[in-house]
Design a protein around this ligand. Structure first.
Ligand code: CAA
Length: 382
């Protein structure tokens, strides 16, 4: 077993690290304070291949695979978690169109996402009354002539105000539950697509999260993505991959907090010595590092399975569950190590603490990950 990234994976990781440390990290606090969406930075990242890390070169992607994607996501998140979630959803969108789309759809939309012509993509699945249970969605798409007409409401849509294209799920028949759900490509600015007021969030303040309303929103019939009635399956397939991204993001946030706490522990003195000399602090650092490394191994295993065409649903959920919870423990300890300074926004751990929180919630809560893992265990018999 070889844990060394290959040449391409290392190159993608290093490019992401350089970009994150030189260009993203220095402005992260200001963007967070001002809720400033990083448009310029996202375009620069597209130029580095980061908006389609696992997308074929023929569609403008880097074609570097899911392991490279995971490594890059961790680096970007260590620099700016808000930018990382925007990148995650755009990659998820581009990959889904590559998987489910026909040739015209792929050629039309994927290069616009990977090149930065579209600053972001969005993934409109959740609704006000259907988050953990997306099969309960109510948004409806009705066929009228050669158009689909969408009516309904979506909630918590990352980049919803900026997306050039979004994948939108809607019911296309009266069948209950997961059956009869289809997915569609809706371009930003389409008449009848109403973008609501951005949410005022605890963290990830430089990412954009909005409710969307579809009010007789008409799209051409060719914008059905995948086959009619197969939308739910595509949502699950996309989320399996997306969960590797969020696990990797959580690891990046946790790592940034660990690095800040380590630097602080070496510099801050109490009782006549740096606090890093005290066992109380050393044990915290040791636990943070151990858990974050374990999380990374889980994420890389899931990424490797996906990259090699093996089943990875359970492993992606395990990675997302463990990484998001480990990251939350790490950021909490980082704040604790900083004492009072951890409670003010002069120090980055205050932001990491807030940014990490949502990782146990979006792309499936920890409770949903446990449900998925347990189902897979029972199915496989162990
Ligand atoms: N891959 C492929 N197909 C799958 C699948 C998978 N991983 N999981 C389920 N399916 C298929 C099933 O095989 C089934 O198909 P058949 O009827 O043909 O057999 C169909 O989908 C329905 O499956 P279930 O009966 O298992 O569905 P369910 O209603 O019980 O739900 C669930 C399962 C796992 C709980 C699912 O609802 C779920 O993942 N919930 C969480 C939703 C979520 O993560 N939302 C995140 C929003 S997006 C976001 O957060 C992005 C962002 O902005 C950051």
């Amino acid at each position: 077993m070889d844990f060394t990234p290959n040449e391409i994976q290392a190159a993608v990781r290093d490019a992401a690290r350089r970009y994150a440390q030189e260009r993203l990290a220095p402005g992260a606090r200001e963007r967070d304070r001002n809720h400033a969406f990083p448009k310029d930075e996202l375009r620069e990242m597209a130029a580095l291949g980061l908006m389609g890390v696992n997308v074929p070169e023929s569609l403008g992607g880097a074609e570097a695979g899911t392991v490279a994607y995971s490594l890059a996501m961790t680096e970007i998140a260590a620099g700016c978690a808000s930018t990382a979630v925007t990148m995650a959803v755009t990659n998820m969108c581009a990959e889904l169109i590559c998987r489910a789309g026909n040739e015209e759809q792929k050629k039309k939309y994927v290069p616009r996402l990977t090149s930065g012509e579209y600053v972001a993509g969005a993934f409109a699945l959740s609704e006000p009354q259907a988050g953990s249970d997306p099969a309960a969605m109510a948004t409806f798409a009705e066929k009228r002539g050669n158009r689909w007409v969408l009516n309904g409401a979506k909630q918590w849509i990352t980049s919803g105000a900026y997306a050039g294209v979004m994948v939108v799920w809607a019911r296309t028949s009266r069948e209950p539950g997961a059956k009869g759900i289809s997915c569609f490509l809706v371009e930003g600015g389409t008449k009848g697509l109403v973008v609501g007021k951005p949410e005022s969030k605890m963290g990830l303040k430089a990412s954009n999260t909005v409710p969307l309303t579809f009010e007789a929103c008409e799209i051409p019939e060719e914008n059905l993505l995948g086959n009619l009635g197969e939308g739910f399956k595509w949502a699950m397939v996309a989320l399996d991959g997306g969960r590797i991204g969020i696990a990797s993001q959580a690891i990046g946030i946790g790592r940034a907090a660990l690095e800040a706490a380590t630097a602080y522990a070496k510099e801050r003195k109490a009782f006549g010595q740096p606090i890093g000399e005290f066992q109380a602090i050393r044990w915290k650092l040791a636990d943070m590092k151990t858990e974050l490394d374990a999380a990374q191994l889980l994420a890389l295993r899931a990424a490797w399975l996906k990259e090699n065409g093996r089943p990875f649903t359970r492993e992606a959920s395990m990675a997302k569950l463990f990484a998001s919870e480990a990251a939350n423990r790490a950021v909490a300890e980082a704040v604790q190590i900083h004492g009072g300074y951890g409670f003010v926004d002069e120090f980055p751990v205050e932001r990491h603490y807030r940014d990490a929180r949502v990782t146990t919630i979006y792309e499936g809560t920890s409770e949903i990950q446990r449900l998925v893992i347990a189902r897979e265990i029972l199915r496989a018999g162990g």
